[in-house]
Design a protein around this ligand. Sequence first.
Ligand code: TXE
Length: 480
Amino acid sequence: MQRILNYINGEYLEPVSRGYLEGYNPALGSVYSEVPDSDERDVELAVKAAEEAFEQWSNFTQEQRSDILLRIAQGLEARMEEFALAETNDQGKPLWLSRAMDIPRAVSNLKFYANAALNLNGEFHKTDNHIFNYTLRSPIGVVGCISPWNLPLYLFTWKITPALAMGNCVIAKPSEITPMTASMLGEVCSAAGLPKGVLNIIHGLGTKVGSAITAHAKIKAISFTGGTKTGAEISRIAAPMFKKMSLELGGKNPNIIFSDCDFEKTVKISAAAAFTNQGEICLCGSRIFVQETIYEKFKISFIEEVKKRTVSDPLIQSSKLGAIASKQHFEKILSYIELAKQEGGKILLGGEAVKLEGRCVDGWFIAPTIIEGLPYDCRVNQEEIFGPVVTLVPFTTEAEVLMMANSTPYGLACTIFTENLSKAHRVAAKIESGIVWINCWLERDLRTPFGGVKQSGVGREGGFEALKFFTEEKNVCVKI
Ligand code: TXE
């Protein structure tokens, strides 16, 4: 049994309650770790440490802070294999994916923000020959970062790094479902020379630790990624306290396929967009709209392509889909498949849990599932499932597909496949989402703004946006 501890003031500490939650390996369906069941008392200790550390950290030069972040990146890179295995055991995703995407991306986040922070400029405005204005950006102070379980270290570092780079001290809470790699990161931070108290990692339930962070008067900003309902709960508490908030929430992303697409490429990318990470990425394209004239052809090819995506032990190199992150989420996904049947959907592929043999016999696996015959406005096509389940919906005109694509309360990402550039840009302009990919998916340039509209969130991460979020701006006007 691996015991995880909180990382407060540069030390690994037991939770004040001395209580622990059960941490599961989802591929085995069994408990393998103990996760601190922390509460507001642990958050209080962390805030004290962060407040004390702030004076020193915020007075470091930008270069000193960036150097430490780059050393953390190097430390993480040196332990890549160990972190990748830990991520897979904790989250359920294939090991090759942790190696190829999750941990390398965490390293990139650290490197990117360390460098970007050195290049963030203030503004200068000359009013006339006697009056000029300049803007200063100062760190906010102590800030909270709350991250989810689908891309654990990837999203944890995506949040804490811009905060640290700009001179803030951080109280961070990884998901209680996948706390392992964030916990290990503390060791790397200490070894890299991050001063004590600058980063504090508290483990535990969202309703205890998450809400204590949200409600703490001395935590001035909250950066959150997770479910829309949780985002609403955080806003309910933090908004009347006038906290800065960045909320990255759910998605129900349309993948729009026109008949003039590059067919082979579209089939392959659509399968990746649907089922990478078991469909547990907020950017996955789960509603696939296909123009009527190629609908049947697409359907056949897509099913063939998805059949190649084997569900297996995540430690096996050929595994394309690993385990679902938690039992609760596994049951939620299966309940949506049942709902799809009730709503009149026809299961074209999958539609059930997969029972593996050997060490994974009790693991939580679901076959990649393709459903057709559902109206665009039914619950399965409107609510976020966040698993390996997609629907196929035919359309005839551009206007019709835009109406259906924009019909959900979400607006995170969209994918468009067409070789007609004018049409691609026209549709991109009319889609209600913060991110549009044309003839590709999940191509990420960390300099670009990332986030959603409608119930997919408030604010943007990525690039200078995230760095600016973690600062207060002050304009100074001088008359000579
Ligand atoms: O996420 P939660 P859950 C979606 C997905 C999923 C649904 C619910 O549809 O099925 O959300 O998943 C912390 N105050 N996404 O319940 O609860 C929690 O401990 C403060 C989309 O697992 O939102 C964790 O650290 N914090 C998504 C984090 O919030 C609270 C990724 C996210 O957990 C809290 C994950 C509270 N009251 C789920 N309650 C995406 N968009 O990437 C929980 N938390």
